[in-house]
Design a protein around this ligand. Structure first.
Ligand code: V47
Ligand code: SF4
Length: 386
């Protein structure tokens, strides 16, 4: 269903009110050509929201039609204690300052997993802080026990931040460590820990944890093992538009090599209760511009995800006109990482019926997917409530 937007875009190509540079970008999008880094920066600096929406919507409808994906998942955060102290993080409690910190055992996590036994969830998303006790042996045992208990539950777990720490501690290479965890049951990697790849900014906001090069290398190795993963970008803090394009450029280059990324997830910086509380949050308009530009720039990513639990339902719904095609999952109030940072959703939980309605009232077609975007249920095939 690309006819309306295709017409809008072709009208735009005939418009006299656009600068030649923006018109050249619109022409590239129309002809399915890749835009350059300079053009990406120009979009951030000069393009109006309406123009970006037309381009991004054109691409999202070419790639995904009218579909909006969601899944049934829940999060497990094994600990909020962390050896690192990223300046943007509202969630971690330093090892020495544990009052409201938690550190779950494998048994405790299995009890959480068993709590979902009769529920139709397809994915568990496991990630959190980094602590010495939760090492390679801990995660190997955890994944094995989850698979022994519920073999069909997809384990999407851990980021290069955790991998780098636990593999180094276990004195194994990235390849060996990933192989051990894959054999234990790890199915795919979430997109966290990417933050912003520019080394100068990364050093200021997330110094000490895995480098950008290490983040990219771990995903590349995982892709070369036949695995899939997501990628995020933390935006709206002290980075510039150039840094955002540099971040996406590095991802686009890796995706050209491996094709292993499923979705790109822009994560808006939230400023409550962290060391960067003095940095104001960006506007909703900036959120929509950023979604649209990522849709335009990342021509080799199939999906752009608006993570509703962090951006809030209204902005997530609006973003469906600005390039996004995925809202993540029902989540079930199991993640604290954004509520502690001040997101609109203090108890992120949506029923299937609510998610379906949110998508349908935006004029889109809900599709429940599994983690790898296989269709679980296509709601265009029915008129009434799920
Ligand atoms: O890496 C932490 C971010 C990420 C803040 O792959 C913050 O499907 C904003 O990656 N403001 C972890 N962001 C979450 C994540 C994720 C979430 C949902 C789906 C997927 C997926 C991945 O959360 C961290 C960091 O970039 N974060 N603190 C904050 N104050
Ligand atoms: Fe630790 Fe992750 Fe928070 Fe950084 S963002 S302090 S690595 S939990």
């Amino acid at each position: 269903m690309i006819s309306t937007e295709t017409n809008t875009l072709s009208l735009l190509l005939d418009s006299d009110s656009l600068s030649p540079a923006l018109k050249a970008i619109a022409r590239k999008v129309y002809n399915q050509q890749r835009i350059s880094a300079e053009e990406g920066i120009l979009l951030y600096k000069q393009a109006e929201l309406g123009f970006l929406g037309i381009l991004a919507n054109h691409i999202r409808e070419e790639k995904n039609g009218n579909k909006v994906y969601f899944n049934h998942n829940f999060h497990v955060e094994p600990t909020n204690v962390c050896v690192y102290s990223c300046a943007f993080c509202s969630y971690s409690r330093l090892i020495k300052n544990r009052e409201d910190g938690w550190e779950l055992s494998v048994d405790q996590i299995m009890n959480i997993i068993k709590g979902y036994d009769r529920q139709p969830v397809t994915e568990v998303h496991i990630t959190g802080g980094v602590v010495p006790k939760q090492d390679l042996a801990f995660y190997k045992e955890l994944f094995e026990r989850i698979k022994a208990h519920r073999p069909d539950l997809h384990i999407k777990a851990l980021t290069p931040v955790e991998f780098h720490y636990i593999f180094k501690k276990a004195k194994v290479s990235y390849e060996e460590g990933l192989k051990i965890l894959k054999e234990a049951g790890l199915n795919s990697l979430p997109g966290g820990g990417a933050e912003i790849f520019d080394e100068g900014i990364r050093d200021q906001i997330a110094g000490g944890k895995c480098t950008s090069e290490e983040w990219l290398r771990l995903h590349e190795i995982w892709h070369n093992m036949g695995g899939h993963s997501n990628a995020t970008m933390l935006y709206g803090h002290i980075e510039t538009f150039e840094h955002r394009i540099d971040h996406m450029e590095r991802l686009r280059t890796l995706q050209d090599k491996t094709g292993g990324f499923n979705a790109f997830i822009p994560l808006k910086f939230r400023n409550k209760d962290n060391q960067m509380s003095h940095v104001p949050e960006v506007s909703v308009v900036e959120d929509l511009r950023n979604y649209a530009i990522s849709r335009i720039y990342l021509d080799n990513f199939a999906h752009i995800k608006a993570y509703w639990a962090m951006i809030g339902r209204s902005t997530a719904q609006l973003s469906l006109q600005f390039g996004t095609d995925d809202l993540d999952g029902t989540i079930d109030d199991t993640t604290k990482i954004y509520s502690m940072a001040g997101s609109e959703e203090q108890h992120p939980k949506m029923s299937t019926a609510e998610l379906v309605e949110l998508i349908q009232t935006a004029g889109r077609t809900p599709v429940e997917r599994d983690t790898l975007y296989h269709v679980v249920k296509d709601y265009s095939k029915q008129q009434t409530n799920p």
